[in-house]
Design a protein around this ligand. Sequence first.
Ligand code: ADP
Length: 343
Amino acid sequence: TTGIPHLGNYVGAIRPAVRAAQNPDTESFLFLADYHGIIKCHEPEMIHQSTQAVAATWLACGLDPERTTFYRQSDIPEVMELNWILTCITAKGLMNRAHAYKAAVQANAENNQEDPDHGVEMGLYSYPILMTADILMFNANEVPVGRDQIQHVEMARDIAASYNHLYGKDLLVLPEAQVDEHVALLPGLDGRKMSKSYDNTIPLFVPAEELRKKIMGILTDSRAPGEPKDTEDSALFQIYRAFATPQETAAFAQAFADGIAWGDAKQALFERIDREIAPMRTRYAELIANPAEVERILQRGAEKARAEATPYIRQLREAVGLRNLSRFFTGEATGIATSSGTA
Ligand code: ADP
């Protein structure tokens, strides 16, 4: 929840997750990761607005809150409790190897910064533990991720196994990463990966005319109308492919070979994308105009999520020894407790 969703988020995360959640054999949990959002973004208004935009986007894109447990992370205090329990059993060395942290250390070295940890907050350093708590809190079997996140799901497995080993019970489920090979990595306006960090995004839900203008700004080469054009190096073509059927893509490739003018290719791309997203854009506008409706859906989601998390965290706390003292009167007292009365 640190920005406004763009076409890359839609193709790479939203569309596949919404489709997967429609599978009657799976039970899906999707959440707004706002505790993760505040790691790097220290602008309260941005977090707040982005939370609304991201929630409205997923709902407009077809997430059914009746079928999917859809909640805001910060509405589930149990996640934070589990986060601390897991922090207490996670080796610091494991976090040293997490790649967001390693990338920050490397950037410091490249900038001749003496302190390798310059600019690194504890949130960035230990966020794989929070991610582990997010996953384990709801007994996830499969976690759909991009390649860069496989490492974190493996850390979640390691941490869950440590907990189970230490406390002698198989209370935590070991999750598996699930990487979908067919999901495209969308390039942005400048040809690099579309990302808010590169400021090269095409927002998902802007008015149609603004979408058209953005698409007209995609970088192309200088080949004139009539000259054959390359498809593989073309960001425009890659984006088209992510929205089109195989037949439409083949026809578009043929048009490239036949020397379609860049202006016409961009117009075709705009029309193809708009056909898919126009109905969702209308729904998005309705939701943005009605924040109380979005909040109601999130509160209902939090209720459903906590109905599972509250009894589960009680078990997880019990297992580590965080227990109700009245148990001492039922014959379970330890020697220390009976002799001092306070341990
Ligand atoms: P950004 O790079 O703009 O900061 P995030 O890191 O917030 O985007 O990504 C949110 C989700 O969208 C992740 O699941 C990520 O894999 C996916 N995603 C982001 N950019 C793209 C892209 N260009 N192509 C495909 N998926 C993407």
